[in-house]
Ligand binder design. Structure first.
Ligand code: UDX
Length: 390
């Protein structure tokens, strides 16, 4: 089949490359001419594991190509399909075109795997011909037998927004439970495990942290809230989730203040992880940004390191001293904050850190270390929602 993909970013480029890998003939189109020129030279504009190889092999085999074109599509929400249909009908009244909603559920950092092994495929189409075209596009996945659900276009759009809002709610729920754990002396990791073993709840998206970020959860919860308001059905639960999450991101700086005895003024803080999650270079709505901004406002100097996100972070956080490794960032630091759980931060050499830091203090916003190992290494250790080391 021939597929044109509008937008060659985290979603479009991954989906386009995967469709090409299925054997379809794909053209990825983007309004950013420089990006398209780079892609034509074989340069990948984003960091996504496995993507460079997939793009390269499908370009070489002649199934994936790129083109630059202007685009008129604005922000997405529930009802975007109607808008696109209106634009198309306006411009080409004679064309026989069906607009289908086929939401993606790709996680950055695992997007290719998610594309090739989806939990479900949602097709929102009003017409049988459109459904059969989508069924044919996804036919190469039939051996994995993912359920395909056929619904109306509006329903498909709402499935996408409701799914992301629900997951954002789950994360926010455990974040608040983590705060309560700190006050009552419970362990949030054990609470999450105890809850998650109930199949009705499930253990995924119950990891407490500095608040959700990224390109989807913040944008999609906001879009859903706005749509609901426009239709006179305020979603108070989702509104609260969005508000609680915003407050949480900045409040993480307080944890650092408390860990350093009440003030960070004149102190140096190392922040490891600037992207909103590991295995991506994406810093959009990353919790590290309000954290660092708050630390700066409180008078601290911040040294930062991220394995993939420093170029994206620089314009957002120009006052950070960017370093070339976790150990370099830790040099002279009064506290080290783990903001993103990159693999390479999970087994840091604690003795080496201690030797270069001004004070042995670690604030672990992703709970990737254990208190007993920190106690042995004589660090003050502040995790989320469980006992640390004083
Ligand atoms: C999400 C959805 O998972 C995906 O289906 C949708 O298509 C796009 O949005 P993504 O934004 O890539 O994907 O990241 P995800 O892994 O869902 O994490 C979102 C945010 O929640 C991150 O900031 C992450 O750190 C945070 N999170 C996630 C937690 O804090 N705890 C968790 O248990 C899970």
């Amino acid at each position: 089949m021939r597929v044109s993909m509008m937008g060659a970013g985290y979603v479009g480029l991954v989906s386009g490359a995967c469709f090409a890998d299925f054997g379809h003939q794909v053209t990825c189109i983007d309004k950013d001419a420089a990006k398209i020129a780079a892609l034509k030279r074989g340069e990948i504009p984003i960091f996504e594991p496995g993507l460079a190889e997939l793009v390269e092999s499908n370009m070489r085999q002649g199934r994936l190509e790129f083109a630059a074109k202007a685009s008129r599509i604005g922000e997405a929400d529930v009802g975007t399909g109607d808008e696109i249909e209106n634009i198309l009908r306006e411009q080409r009244p004679e064309a026989d075109i069906q607009v289908v909603s086929n939401p993606e559920f790709l996680r950055e950092g695992a997007a290719i795997r998610d594309f090739k092994h989806p939990d479900r495929i949602v097709v929102g189409a009003e017409d049988e011909r459109a459904r059969s075209v989508l069924a044919e596009i996804y036919r190469p996945l039939y051996l994995n037998a993912p359920p395909i659900i056929y619904v109306s276009r509006r329903t498909a759009e709402l499935i996408k927004y409701a799914s992301n809002a629900f997951l954002a709610t789950k994360v926010t729920f455990i974040n608040e439970i983590a705060d309560l754990c700190e006050q009552v002396g419970a362990d949030v990791q054990e609470v999450a495990r105890g809850m998650g073993l109930d199949n009705r709840i499930g253990g995924k998206f119950l990891h407490p942290g500095p608040g959700f970020g990224g390109s989807c959860f913040p944008k999609d919860t906001t879009a859903l809230i706005k749509t609901a308001h426009d239709h006179g059905v305020p979603l108070r639960l989702v509104e609260t989730v969005a508000a609680v999450n915003e407050q949480r991101k900045r409040a993480m700086a307080r944890k650092v203040v408390v860990a350093l005895g009440g003030s960070v003024r004149g102190k140096t803080i190392a922040v490891l992880g600037l992207t909103f999650k590991p295995n991506t270079d994406d810093t959009r709505d990353s919790p590290a940004i309000p954290l660092i901004t708050a630390l700066h406002d409180l008078g601290a100097t911040v040294r930062g390191y991220d394995p993939a996100g420093m170029e994206q972070a620089k314009p957002l956080l120009p006052d950070v001293h960017y370093c070339q490794s976790a150990y370099a960032a830790a040099e002279g630091a009064d506290a080290l904050v783990i903001a993103t759980e990159w693999e390479q931060f999970r087994a840091l050499d604690l003795a080496r850190l201690k030797a270069v830091m001004a004070q042995p203090v670690i604030v672990d916003l992703r709970n990737i270390y254990r208190s007993d190992e920190m106690r042995r290494a004589a660090f003050r250790y502040v995790p989320i929602g469980r006992a640390g080391v004083e």
